[in-house]
Design a protein around this ligand. Structure first.
Ligand code: FES
Length: 275
């Protein structure tokens, strides 16, 4: 049954003068709170895991097979363990409160934070703005993304460009991870996990709404731009799976890191197919 809440008052949103004066917060009788609850639990699990792993500075590099966890890539500090800095040392030793993946982690966070799908997820699940369809929000005022801080959401496309660069770095990491214990080519279960993760990160990044707009937005005649039209068509197909990819990549990022952590710490040994 619907929980009673404050009476509608003049203002914005569901309290606007043009809206029906319904005192109940919602007339929904289904378990509408299940999706926002699942969302908040899922996001919290990832944030806790990623934060812990980003700071621990252990078991992030497997020297035998050149596996590097995405949370530490690129590792450009002299604090990084030997062999893990594929792009050289750009900075000296870092204090323990700065993650070794400091170069890209903030941008990846901003990319996901400003993502059109994640906005929906946390606006509903965290801010209850509103928590579900036909459930009124507790906030009396609604300014949306028209002023600080939420106006920063408009910068999403720039974080998309950076995420594209990071996807290239992840791909590079995936390629050099085909390294055998005795040198040369090697192939193990870790490679499959790393490659699948990189491929899904590409799919998530390319399915971005900003990417779709960059590909085919503002064109008056698709017929005059066949290449962009083709690209836009492909991105549009992927885009329908954007929410799924957003969640799947949170899972594969954790799985990839977790597997590399287990192998790097000697808890398990990598299942090797070649070398
Ligand atoms: Fe989700 Fe761009 S809209 S990453």
């Amino acid at each position: 049954s619907a929980a009673p809440t404050r009476a509608p008052e003049s203002g914005t949103g569901v309290f606007g003068t043009g809206r029906a004066a319904i005192a109940a917060r919602t007339l929904r009788t289904d378990r509408w709170w299940v999706p926002p609850l699942a969302t908040v639990l899922g996001l919290a699990a990832f944030i806790i895991y990623a934060t812990v792993r980003a700071f621990v500075r252990t078991a992030y590099w497997v020297p035998d097979y050149h596996y590097l966890t995405p949370f530490y890539s690129p590792c450009v500090s002299t604090s990084c363990v030997e062999g893990s800095s594929h792009f050289g040392h750009w900075v000296g030793a870092l204090p323990s409160w700065i993650p070794l993946g400091f170069l890209v982690l903030p941008f990846l966070l901003l990319f996901r934070l400003t993502c059109y799908y994640y906005r929906k997820a946390y606006y509903r699940a965290v801010w209850f703005s509103p928590p579900a369809c036909a459930v009124s929000e507790p906030h009396a005022k609604y300014t949306g993304e028209t002023r600080l801080p939420l106006i920063i959401q408009n910068a999403h496309r720039y974080f998309f460009y950076i995420a594209g660069i990071v996807a290239v770095i992840n791909t590079y990491d995936a390629i050099i991870a085909f390294h055998g214990k005795s040198g040369g080519f090697g192939f193990g279960l870790g490679n499959i996990i790393i490659v699948v993760n990189a491929a899904l990160l590409w799919a998530y990044t390319l399915s971005c709404h900003s990417c779709r707009h960059i590909a085919g937005g503002r064109l008056k005649h698709f017929s005059a731009h066949p290449t962009r039209y083709w690209f836009w068509t492909q991105v549009s197909k992927l885009n329908t799976r954007h929410m799924l990819l957003a969640w799947v990549t949170l899972g594969t990022l954790m799985l990839t890191d977790f597997y590399i952590m287990l192998v790097a710490s000697g808890t398990i040994s990598d299942l090797r197919f070649v070398n």
